[in-house]
Design a protein around this ligand. Structure first.
Ligand SMILES: Cc1cc2nc3c(=O)[nH]c(=O)nc-3n(C[C@H](O)[C@H](O)[C@H](O)COP(=O)(O)OP(=O)(O)OC[C@H]3O[C@@H](n4cnc5c(N)ncnc54)[C@H](O)[C@@H]3O)c2cc1C
Length: 325
């Protein structure tokens, strides 16, 4: 429980400084539990040693499958009309991976290893899902330059292409039978963490506006003394506190029992929306100065905007959460 609370504090503080960097850092250490599941001592030695840190990434999204991938797991890949862009097939005692993951894979162009959630074709004609740990220096892996984007610019993102990439059987760490459970568990983990991070973004936006309102003089007094500005600041304070309360409550819940997806989704949707709303209100308090790169609020607003899409669009996540009620 203490560890869960500490995790919330660390996530909030890192994101207060720069949420793109905080996400990159979090994902960089995402792979060791999956690598350990391989029971492959060479792989574990190479990718899980604290003495030789490596960078990981979570490769789920595909060019033709964004929201599809976070949809109810029982639907994923079961509709033959939805062709996956990345497929692994058995070949002798190995697996061979072909296709591509989308440009949205965080750390995609700098990672040493991908935790690859992809379709699996056992050659029976029916597709299922599997998770592979794939060192990204293997022959057949290609990575174009990273994406240029509006927000969270410090978070590296880029496509990964797989051209006949061969991995031994030990690199498949989740088979089709438990794939839906693994996907749901990952979404529950990632959504809860996103909520905690965006509490930090909301707080940064609120604190910047509060400080600015005490410095900026209009009508002969600091704008903080104008009733409407104070009212807006209180609304921002309230939303930030409410977001933190939910994020910590869900973190405590997830630490005490199996993570429950709908609670994690509620956290992600509520906290990212709170961060965006507070950042928007903060920029308004900065007036025209808020629009310039002289002040950090325009950057925070851009970072918060990306979060409404990241790790699943909030509307789609809400539908997934609703399906669990
Ligand atoms: C900053 C950032 C970081 C990311 N990091 C990663 C990562 O590390 N790994 C990774 O694999 N992916 C990552 N992603 C990808 C992310 O998960 C997807 O962008 C997200 O799932 C949405 O998919 P999409 O962008 O293809 O949008 P689409 O699925 O094309 O959706 C477009 C629009 O249609 C709506 N829509 C789509 N389907 C439905 C539906 N069934 N019902 C109602 N509305 C619908 C959506 O709400 C949205 O408004 C990241 C994205 C961002 C922005």
């Amino acid at each position: 429980m203490t560890q869960a609370r500490l995790g919330c504090i660390v996530n909030e503080e890192l994101a207060w400084g720069d949420v793109g960097l905080a996400i990159s850092l979090g994902l960089s250490q995402f792979h060791p539990p999956f690598v350990e599941m391989s029971a492959d001592s060479e792989l574990i030695e190479r990718f899980c040693s604290p003495q030789r840190p490596t960078i990981g990434c979570w490769a789920l999204t595909e060019p033709d499958h964004g929201s599809d991938t976070v949809g109810p797991p029982e639907d994923y890949l079961s509709d033959p009309a939805r062709r996956p862009n990345c497929i692994a097939r058995p070949e002798g005692s190995d697996f061979v991976i072909n296709g591509q993951k989308a440009a949205w894979v965080s750390n995609g162009s700098i990672a040493d290893l991908a935790v690859l959630f992809c379709a699996f074709d056992d050659r029976s004609g029916t597709l299922a899902g599997s998770v592979f740990v794939v060192p990204l220096d293997l022959p057949g892996v290609e990575r174009p330059p990273p994406l240029d984007k509006l927000g969270q610019r410090s978070l590296n993102q880029g496509e990964i292409f797989f051209n006949d990439v061969r991995v031994p059987a030990s690199h498949r760490v989740v088979d089709p039978e438990i794939y839906p459970l693994a996907l749901e568990g990952m979404l529950a983990f990632a959504n809860a963490a996103m909520g905690q991070l965006f509490v930090g973004v909301a707080r940064a936006a609120y604190e910047l506006a509060l400080d600015y309102s005490k410095e900026r003089v209009q009508g002969g007094r600091p704008i903080f003394e104008h009733q409407s500005v104070r009212g807006r600041l209180f609304e921002m304070f309230t939303r930030t506190e409410a977001a933190r309360a939910l994020a910590r409550r869900v973190a405590a819940h997830n630490a005490a029992s199996e993570p429950v997806l709908q609670y994690s989704i509620a956290t992600k949707v509520f906290c990212t929306q709170a961060a965006f709303d507070v950042a928007t209100a903060s920029l308004q308090i900065f007036g025209a100065n808020g629009l310039t790169r002289e002040y950090p609020i325009e950057k925070i607003l851009r970072d918060a905007r990306a979060s409404l899409i990241e790790d699943g669009c909030n509307e789609v996540l809400s539908l997934v959460g609703a399906s669990k009620l």
